[in-house]
Design a protein around this ligand. Structure first.
Ligand code: PAF
Length: 283
């Protein structure tokens, strides 16, 4: 496995792989790799000849009061995990390498970024789209892998990629969960042990929504009310949002029909966690 710290080195490794006729898979990450990331890596390894993992804590997707400084950066451990998996190349640019001052070009998506996490994380998706477009231009992958856990990010990147004609397949991979059902996230490690136990409230509320829909409830306000009551049973939990949206443009729906995304964001103490579930009544 090679580790490239500059864009130039990365381009050299990529062009060598291309000369050998290899297909390229990209797994964009901010490091602190867990089983969720490794499942994306495994998908890439099984589908592409050359797998690149980017590790970059992208400052432009963090708000001024968010956790940029304290975001975990266990780089050596991440490299070890990638090496064990059989990753071909890690692209790990330094903090300032991706944005040369003055950086004046941004990718902003309309509509899809307004609700859900976009409401409390203003500017977040502009940072995500911009850095991912840069990564696409640097690595020029055939396929890029993202987790369903970040469903809004996935929908946005799919749309960005299609709107901007990137010749890249965007592949979504299922959410990987801990044994108690909590979705894997690099931020879970911020939780104290009592808080960690309460993190199950996200999935419990989503499961409740699915049960309600199965039993015939279609009114989204009623479903959201019951989900909210479920989460409020957990003393450390504070709801950021509970949303039921259409699966394409992520707009709120009044009635569950066709394919909907049910998404929640909950503060557990000072840690904000997200989770979601897709319900497809057409299936
Ligand atoms: O999902 C993440 O870890 C990040 O948002 C991403 C896609 C790597 C962009 O920085």
């Amino acid at each position: 496995m090679d580790i490239a710290n500059t864009i130039e080195q990365t381009r050299k490794f990529i062009s060598m792989a291309r000369q050998q006729g290899k297909s390229i898979g990209l797994v964009p990450t901010m490091g602190a790799l867990h089983e969720g990331h490794l499942s994306l890596v495994q998908h890439s390894l099984s589908e592409c000849d050359f797998t690149v993992v980017s590790i970059y804590v992208n400052p432009t997707q963090f708000g001024p009061h968010e956790d940029l400084e304290k975001y975990p950066r266990p780089f050596d451990k991440d490299c070890k995990a990638c090496r064990e998996q059989g990753v071909d190349l890690i692209f790990a640019p330094g903090p300032d390498d991706m944005y040369v001052d003055p950086h004046l070009t941004w990718i902003d998506i309309e509509k899809l970024g307004d609700g859900l996490c976009g409401q409390s994380r203003v500017g977040h998706f502009r940072g995500v789209c911009t850095v991912v477009a840069k990564l696409f231009n640097i690595v020029l992958p055939d396929v890029a892998y993202f987790g369903q856990k970040d469903a809004q990010q996935l929908a946005i990147l799919r749309k960005m990629s299609s709107d901007l004609n990137f010749p890249i397949e965007i592949r979504s991979c299922p959410t990987i969960r801990e044994s108690d059902g909590v979705a894997m996230s690099s931020r879970n490690q911020y939780l104290a042990s009592e808080q960690r136990k309460q993190a199950v409230c996200l999935l419990e509320s989503l499961k409740l929504a699915v049960e309600l829909i199965k039993s015939g409830q279609r009114n989204t306000l009623a479903i959201q009310r019951e989900m909210s009551e479920k989460i409020e049973q957990f003393s450390d939990a504070k709801i950021d949002y509970i949303s039921i949206v259409d699966n394409e443009l992520l707009q709120p729906v009044d009635t569950v029909s066709g394919s909907v995304l049910i998404a929640v964001a909950v503060w557990i103490g000072s840690t904000r966690l997200i989770d979601n579930i897709m319900v497809d009544l057409a299936v």
